[in-house]
Design a protein around this ligand. Structure first.
Ligand code: TYM
Length: 334
């Protein structure tokens, strides 16, 4: 990473199987940015344990997620793809940044409010300080750009605030990162309840399309998705179901909303749903095929993990040493 390319960092929680929302809001954009930037794409397992996880399932989901990154088109030679728990700098910087973050700002985070309602039996301190660890992830690599879905906007703002606050005290230590939020795919909604976002932890399986769902499952879920009683394919707030399907179709095909309305001017919802389903299946089939191949090649995946972890650790230690020095920790004696 000695060139003058800018740096990208982003990540996903291995807290379940990833959805079409994760793909269209984040992963697909990552694959489009990999040539122009130096990119780090993390599997954020430290974040995942803010909610109780089954250990064996978490391990499998983490590895499956890493393979889905690659299957989606991220080149492991060009991008640094790794597990957050393998680079201790995340947790170390997270601690330091905790001491530069206020309880008041953390308690305003929408995601914390939502998750503490959903997991009322387990409102742990990690859930509360989650955005600080996320800031550490980003700031650790002097990141310029963070490609995420719209739901991460508030966390990104906080990472910027923490960076600016720290820099004001100690000089220019951190790059202040910018969010990169795509258009059509930024907020994909639940298929049966298009007023709420599609989420990998949703208990209603008909709300989500998983990246690894079989083609006929994808078709059926889209055909069954909730729409209003009309029949026009137009992009309007009072038609949240159709709006969501148009977002999906647009994110997959690159077509504008006007072009989509025109294409389906003489069709009803049924035809439109079939077209959306077919487009999604066509988009995901090559990914699923690649995923199957990668699953058989344990040695190759292990080598990727080994090489990329070393690269991430090297970069992380550069920022971490600088921060440790700035705050006044004694130098290491070698
Ligand atoms: P996570 O695992 O919830 O989601 C991963 C990515 O998918 C996006 N996303 C969506 N985009 C569109 N529509 C949806 N319905 C949808 N659901 C999820 C998210 O915006 C995200 O980009 N806190 C992060 C993980 C994280 C991270 C980071 C991200 C930890 N450290 C540092 C960027 C930089 C999260 O929970 O993502």
């Amino acid at each position: 990473m000695g060139d003058d390319k800018k740096t990208i960092f982003s990540g996903m929680q291995p807290s379940g199987f990833i959805t079409l929302g994760n793909y269209l809001g984040a992963l697909k954009n990552w694959t489009l940015l990999q040539d122009e930037y130096n990119c780090l794409y993390c599997i954020v397992d430290l974040h995942a344990i803010t909610v109780r996880q089954d250990p064996a399932a978490l391990r499998k989901q983490s590895r499956d997620l890493l393979m889905q990154y690659i299957a989606a088109g991220l080149d492991p030679e060009k991008n640094i793809i790794y597990y957050q728990s393998h680079v201790s700098g995340h947790a170390e910087l997270g601690w330091i940044l905790n001491c530069f973050t206020y309880m008041g700002e953390l308690s305003r985070m929408t995601q914390f409010k939502e998750k503490s309602q959903k997991h009322a039996e387990n409102i742990n301190a990690g859930l509360f300080t989650y955005p600080v660890l996320m800031a550490a992830d980003i700031l650790l690599y002097q990141t310029d750009l963070v490609p995420v879905g719209d739901d991460q906007r508030q966390h990104l703002e906080m990472a910027r605030d923490i960076a600016i606050r720290f820099n004001n005290i100690y000089g220019d230590v951190f790059k202040v990162p910018e969010a990169y939020i795509g258009k059509a795919g930024a907020r994909i909604m639940a298929l049966q309840d298009p007023e709420k976002k599609m989420s990998k932890s949703d208990e209603n399986k008909n709300n989500t399309i998983l990246l690894l769902d079989e083609p006929n499952v994808i078709m059926n879920k889209i055909k069954r998705s909730v729409t209003d009683s009309g029949n026009e394919i137009v992009y309007r707030d009072d038609k949240p179901g159709i709006k969501n399907l148009m977002n999906i179709y647009s994110a997959v095909t690159g077509k504008t909303n006007d072009a989509i309305s025109e294409e389906f001017a003489n069709s009803g919802y049924g035809d439109f749903k079939v077209a959306v389903g077919e487009a999604v299946v066509a988009e995901l089939e090559p990914l699923q095929q690649k995923f199957k191949e990668l699953s058989k090649d344990k040695k190759y995946i292990d080598q990727i993990i080994k090489d990329n972890t070393a690269k991430a650790n090297y970069l992380a230690s550069k920022t971490l040493s600088k921060v440790q020095k700035k705050v006044g920790f004694p130098p290491k004696v070698r």
